[in-house]
Structures are given as C-alpha cells and as structure tokens.
Ligand binder design. Structure first.
Ligand SMILES: Cc1cc2nc3c(=O)[nH]c(=O)nc-3n(C[C@H](O)[C@H](O)[C@H](O)COP(=O)(O)O)c2cc1C
Ligand code: SF4
Ligand code: FES
Length: 574
C-alpha cells in the first residue's frame, strides 16, 4: 500500500491569515455567508467548520443569514442621541411599520465615527449624516425604489496645523535625517523630553513602549498603528488621517527603525473608507520614494507596512483584541501579562500606538522637544487634537494647546453651547470619562488634573450636554453602548453590562426605587475589579459620575418618579 499523500499543514497560528478578506469576498457575492461557503473555507484552510463559524459570527458586519433587501442602521450613541437620532428613528419606524422583514429592517448601530455630523445612519452600507427625519425617510424610499441617494462625503474644516513640520511640502524630513545619522538614542531622547504620551486614551509614555521593544533581542517585532477609533465622540484620528497621513506613516517608520521591527500593520476601522484610500495612496507614494520597503533610501534598513481593515466592533480597538483580529481570530482581549512588549502580534514584541501619538512622534522628531513644549496653556505643555460634538454650535476637530480649559474649548473652538443654551455637563472623553458638571468646565485639558477630578483626558472626545438634558438618560445611553459592544469573554462584563442596562432602564421607566443604588455600587465594583479589559472596567463610569454630580436629579427619578428634564417615563425607550 502506498504511503498517504503528504497533507499540507499550515503553522497553527497562520491558518486564519487573511480570512476576513475571504469572508468579505463571499459576502460581496452572496450578500451573506451561506453555510456551504463557510464549509468550503474551513476545508481549504484545514480548520473545523465551528472555528470558521465562531469567527464569522463574532463580527456584526458579517451576516450568517440573508439580510433584508434594505437594512437601515441608526446610530443612537452619545453625539447622535443629542442631535436628533431618537426622533429620526421614531419617524422611520412609524413610516415603514408593517413592511416585511425580508424587505426592510431598521435597527441600531454603534457609533460610526461621524459624531461631528450627527445624527448618522447607514442604509445598505452607505453612510448618511446630518439628515432630518423627513430626509431620512426619503433616502430609505429611494433605496427601496432601487435608486439610493449618494452617501454623505466626510467633510472637515481644513486648517493650517502647527503639528505639520513643513506644511506637507517636504514630508519625511525626520526619517531622512535619522536614516542618515542613525542617531537612535537622539530620537528617543526627543520623544522622552517632549513627554509624549499615548493619545489612544491611556496616556502611557511613548518612549517607554518603544524602548522596551528595542531592548528585546527577538529578531521578529511589529509596529501597529491603531486607527480603530470607535468610541462615541472620538473623531480626531479621522481628521489626522485626512490632513496629516504622511506624518502618521513617518511616525510608524521611525518607530520601526528605532525598535528594529521590519514590519508594521496599519489597522483601520472599516467605516473609514475615505481615509483607507488616503492611507493606501500615502503608503504607495512612500514606497515609491524609498521611505518604506526594503533598503529605505538606498540603505540596508527596511520597514514595510500592511494595511489591515478591521472586521468591525469597538472592542477591536483594545490593543490585544486588535492583535487577535489581525491574526484572523475573534477579537477577544487577551489576559495580561504577558504584555505587548514581550508577546504581542504572533507572540512577538510589539508596539501599538494611536494615530495621533505617531503623528506627534514624527513632528517631534522633525522639530524637537522644545518646539512641542513651546505650545501649551495655563502652565501645561504640548499639543492635542480634540473633537467636540453634541450640543455645540460648531462640532468638529481642533488642534489645541495642552492645558486649554474645557470651557474655552467649548466656547472658542466649538462656537459655544447650541442655541444659546447654558452648559449642563460635558464628557471630556466619551463614555469612558463619565460626565462632569458645568462647574468643572474650567479644568484644563491635562492628564493629572483630569485623573484627580475622577475623569480623564482619554481620547479627547468632548461631548457637550446643554441645559434641559437628562443626565440619567445620558448615563443609560453610554452604558447601553458598552453593553452592545461587550465581547462577552468574561462574566462580569457579559452579565454585568446587561444587568446595569436593566437597572438604569428601570430607573428611567419608574420600575425601581432607591434600594437599587447599593446594587449599582456593588455591580460597579465587580465590573472594575473583575473585567479583563478596559471596556468592562470603564462601564460604570457614566452612571457613577452622574450619581456623583447629578444625585438630586437621579433621586427625583427614583423617589418621586419624575424626570426633572421631562425626558424619561414616556413608556418607550428614553
Ligand atoms: C475597549 C477599548 C477600545 C479601544 N479603542 C482604541 C482605539 O480605537 N484607538 C486607540 O488608539 N486606542 C484604543 N484603545 C486603547 C488601546 O488599547 C491602546 O492603549 C492604544 O492603542 C495604545 O496607543 P497609545 O499608547 O499611542 O495611546 C482602546 C482600549 C479599549 C479598552
Ligand atoms: S471586559 Fe467585556 S469587552 Fe473586555 S474582555 Fe471582558 S467581556 Fe470582553
Ligand atoms: S456617529 Fe453617532 S455617536 Fe458617533
């Protein structure tokens, strides 16, 4: 009997390489992922069907059953909630009531990154923003009729930026200089003296991340740019990718050359199609000009970047979940330790930095730490990109001196609270930061000050709430976002997020009383202590901040079944 034909076995960790592209291709062809196709993919990759199913079913972007002919997905997260999403959704649900589910479905989607043009919604993968309820109805009618209106183009207010070392005219000057001088300690010294911190939210010193990976003796290392930007109100990275793509790529290349990594991944959320195109163009220009690839600028140095489009979900932005996604798996956060610097992508030392961090790193490399620290306000130094949305006249993204007071930011950059109303509260950084009352708006945008205030600079996603808003409703909105985006890997977050939503819904509907407050405290404690990742740990922040700063209003709901703002107790979804 002849020996069996050798069976080609791929290394275990690489069997899922590129699987999302394959799944997307199938979905483009069939509009969903038929079971037969999942089987085919499983066989061709030497995987069990359950493994492919586990991956496909994890990401909301993939459909396992044929979707309706028209699917409408409405964002009702913080900024959209404040700018008319509930009314828009009610209008669409009333207008299309009774239509067959094969023809039309209407549901919610988490923040799609258009918070500055809220409210946003999606019809069959086309993005629309800033529509009135009537305009939204008309867009749906046109789509049903087979002639969908053009999607909204992403609009930004272009402005000269201090961060751009050369007005975009002589890009990659720092890279040229460091490739020539190879003064790697000098590069790190600049980043360290500038005090550059991670702008993805945690504010971890960038020099320490880079140094740990450089010190590793592993021959294989990676640099990743995190452009997943999916937290409600967070819109700054999209702006940077649009206006300063060359700086972000240069920052990645400098990180690669400094640490000795030969390969980088640019991880971008799938909703950012325009920015994906911009980065694709920038990568190819940089390769053509010798700034990226093998033998950079004719030397023995090399660094290549692969563009990776996220299969979707807020959790993918968490750094270890993001690694799992690049590895083609379910984007579930890993237990830590081991930490990224020791065992990151494919178990190798890895630096993950946010878009803004990398852009600043390149600017500091070009212009120096003194330049970075020459900016600042109220005794603090540095620059920051911040987005402002919600109840402001001019939602948008602005480059500001670090230390700018939130009140100045809202009034000067954001054009003031909308319709001349008074400021009630603001979230300095989306749901993670919780809400602060107007009396704290004179705090400066500074890491330590905000930590002391029980909040954070975070990803500077400033969401403004005008007088007349119900802060309990806003806390519920933020907690719902987390519940919807929980990956379900750990029990405290999987069950606790749902329980928290149920309790707060009860509070806004008159179904429970003050005896629930200790339960919320206990649940918050369990979430903070027992959750694997930041999503579960930050989940209590919105309600905890509202209990701290707006206690009387909450108690009015619980004791007298009355919403001082007149928002809750309407029978439906608040
Ligand atoms: C649930 C969750 C989502 C996150 N999403 C992002 C994101 O979209 N972009 C980002 O840069 N960091 C995000 N982070 C933070 C990253 O885990 C990581 O700290 C960051 O990318 C590191 O870059 P930095 O040091 O330059 O800030 C997220 C964290 C959590 C817990
Ligand atoms: S805390 Fe939540 S999102 Fe994070 S790993 Fe646990 S279940 Fe997943
Ligand atoms: S697009 Fe709706 S909150 Fe961001």
């Amino acid at each position: 009997m002849s020996a069996p034909a050798p069976f080609k076995v791929l290394p275990v960790e690489h069997k899922t390489d590129g699987i999302f592209e394959e799944l997307k291709e199938v979905q483009r062809k069939f509009e969903y992922l038929p079971a037969e196709e999942l089987k085919r993919i499983a066989v061709s990759r030497g995987l069990a069907l359950r493994d492919v199913h586990a991956i496909a079913s994890y990401y909301p972007h993939f459909y396992l059953q044929r979707p309706a002919r028209v699917t409408v997905k409405i964002c009702d997260d913080m900024s959209c909630h404040l700018r008319g999403a509930p009314a828009l959704q009610r209008k669409l649900e009333q207008r299309f009531q009774g239509m067959s589910e094969d023809d039309l479905t209407i549901r919610n989607v988490s923040c799609v990154g258009r918070c500055d043009h809220a409210p946003s919604f999606v019809i069959n993968d086309r993005y629309y923003d800033g529509f009135s309820p009537d305009e939204a109805v008309s867009a749906v009618v046109q789509t049903i009729g087979g002639v969908p209106p053009r999607g909204s183009i992403y609009r930004l207010h272009e402005m000269p930026l201090a961060t751009d070392p050369c007005g975009g005219e002589k890009p990659y000057s720092a890279l040229k200089e460091f490739v020539r001088s190879r003064d790697w300690p000098g590069l790190l010294a600049k980043i360290k003296t500038a005090g550059l911190r991670g702008m993805g939210g945690a504010g971890y010193p960038t020099n320490q991340k880079w140094e740990s990976v450089r010190n590793s003796t592993s021959p294989e290392k990676y640099i990743i740019c995190n452009a997943d930007e999916s937290e409600p109100g967070t819109i700054k990275d999209r702006f940077i990718l649009t206006q300063l793509p060359h700086l972000v790529i240069e920052g990645m290349a400098l990180a690669g050359l400094y640490t000795g990594a030969k390969r980088g991944y640019f991880y971008i959320r799938h909703e950012y199609q325009e920015q994906e195109d911009i980065i694709r163009g920038e990568l190819s220009r940089a390769c053509q000009n010798g700034f990226l690839g093998k033998n950079i600028l004719g030397t023995d140095l090399s660094f290549e970047i692969t563009l990776f489009v996220s299969p979707g979900g807020y959790i993918c932005g968490e750094e270890t979940a993001l690694l799992e996604a690049i590895e083609g798996k379910r984007a579930e956060p890993r237990n830590k330790p081991p930490f990224m610097a020791a065992a990151g992508l494919w178990g190798k030392p890895t630096v993950i930095n946010n878009v803004e961090t990398l852009a600043f790193a390149a600017a500091i490399a070009a212009k120096g730490a003194d330049w970075f620290n020459s900016h600042g306000a109220n005794g603090f130094t540095g620059l920051k990109f911040a987005g402002v949305s919600g109840d402001v006249e001019k939602p948008g993204i602005y480059e500001v001196p670090m230390g700018t007071k939130y009140s100045d930011f809202i009034d000067q950059y954001g054009g003031g609270v909308s319709s001349g109303r008074k400021l009630l509260a603001f979230a300095p950084s989306g749901p993670s930061s919780g809400y602060l009352p107007a009396s704290m708006a004179d705090l400066p945008m500074d890491w330590q000050t905000m930590n002391k205030a029980g909040s954070m600079v975070g990803s500077s996603a400033i969401v403004v709430c005008a007088e007349g808003r119900c802060m309990l409703d806003m806390a519920l909105n933020a907690v719902r976002f987390y519940r919807n985006e929980s990956c379900g890997k750990c029990v405290p977050c999987r069950l606790g997020s749902q329980k928290m939503v149920e309790i707060l819904e009860g509070w806004t509907r008159g179904n429970s009383g003050p005896s629930d407050i200790p339960l919320v405290e206990e649940l918050s404690h369990a979430l903070r202590q027992g959750s694997i990742c930041g999503l579960g740990q930050f989940l209590p922040a919105p309600i905890q901040s509202v209990l701290k700063h707006f206690r009387a209003e909450v108690e009015e709901h619980l004791t007298n079944r009355r919403c001082p703002a007149g928002v809750c107790f309407k029978g439906g979804r608040a």
